[in-house]
Design a protein around this ligand. Sequence first.
Ligand SMILES: Cc1ncc(COP(=O)(O)O)c(C=O)c1O
Length: 410
Amino acid sequence: MTIQKFDFTPLLARDLPPAAAKWTGLAKFSFVGGNNDPACVPVEDLAAAMTSVLEREGKSLATYNLAHGPQGYLPLREFLARKLARDAGISCAADEIMVTSGSLQGLDLVNGALLSKGDTAIIEQECYQGSIARLQRLGVNVVGIPLDRDGMRMDALSAALDGLKARGVRPKYIYTIPTVQNPTGTVMPEERRLELLSLAERHGVPIFEDDCYADLTWSGKRPRAIYALSRTKNVVHIGSFSKSVAPALRVGYIAGDWSILSRILPLKTDGGSGALEQMVLAEYCGEYFERHVPKLRRVLREKLETLMEALSENFGTAAEFDDPPGGIFLWVKLPEQVDAMKLFQAAQKAGISVNPGPEWSVNKPDNASRLRLCFASPTKDEIREGVAKLAGICHAEFGVPARIANVKRA
Ligand SMILES: Cc1ncc(COP(=O)(O)O)c(C=O)c1O
């Protein structure tokens, strides 16, 4: 007798995302996602930190949140308060910080506290796909503001806010990635941050600041966080250890005034983020974070050089890009006849994964020939070989670059 498999389909909740495909592994040449440099993960120091913190405090794992409360492990929040003060000019106490399972959970929690279906949110036109997808799934009206080399354009923001006001719409927040924007890599100067704050205050709209790449500027310097510059406490700030230490740890944080943090906190009903990761990070970061990050930045900068050289050698002038001031991505523009979605599919079949530009924007037509390339996770050899192969595929599909292999920049 054959047993028929149970069919869940008629019982599924409404509006579920499409079914997942089974994991088939990373592509041989992977330029996607926010993955980091494997050689830069400080394995030995993390292992030592793990041993020492477990020997000292391991028994506290018997209690949810290690008895440090739902905001997370206190020594980690104290480290963050010191770090945010030193690097970003933020003055906040450990109890104005909550630890999250990656900053993605931070996005979900802030969205949960502020957004309902039909609300309006303002974001940068080119923006992190994870943020765009969340807003779309929540049924929120998204208004995209164009960027220039200094980030979100204030003339366009001002016009959008005026237009919304004329229609009686008060946006729920202005979401920005001001320090090494994803995907464009721009850093918003302090003057513009002040302008943004004054516009937001004038319109009674809070700012949602996503600062997860802020440790990765090549100069090691960054403008003060918008959160630090706000006098009215109208900013919610999120950050992460994903880009500075390792993404698989899944540790991020939200910093905000208690008036909003106290509304976000009841939405975190998961019994606390992974305690072991928090303990290890606190133990490790206190001693090593400041030494680790400059090393990581140097490696990332070198890999970016390799990627820019490989693109110039293989695509010639067909690949246009600005040399970003930090981060892990290069935002590349190819000639108009290149359809990035098609290139992405053809490349995928050949074992090369790239992020097609339209997925990183709410203005898809203007980004139809763009690619976002992550240079942090592939090795330098993989970068060179992967880009050469990508140029071959792009040439075969679209005649771009016009000639391959011997194309050199003048
Ligand atoms: C702008 C931005 N925000 C948030 C995240 C999520 O990072 P995580 O959840 O690993 O902290 C990413 C990841 O790439 C990102 O680019």
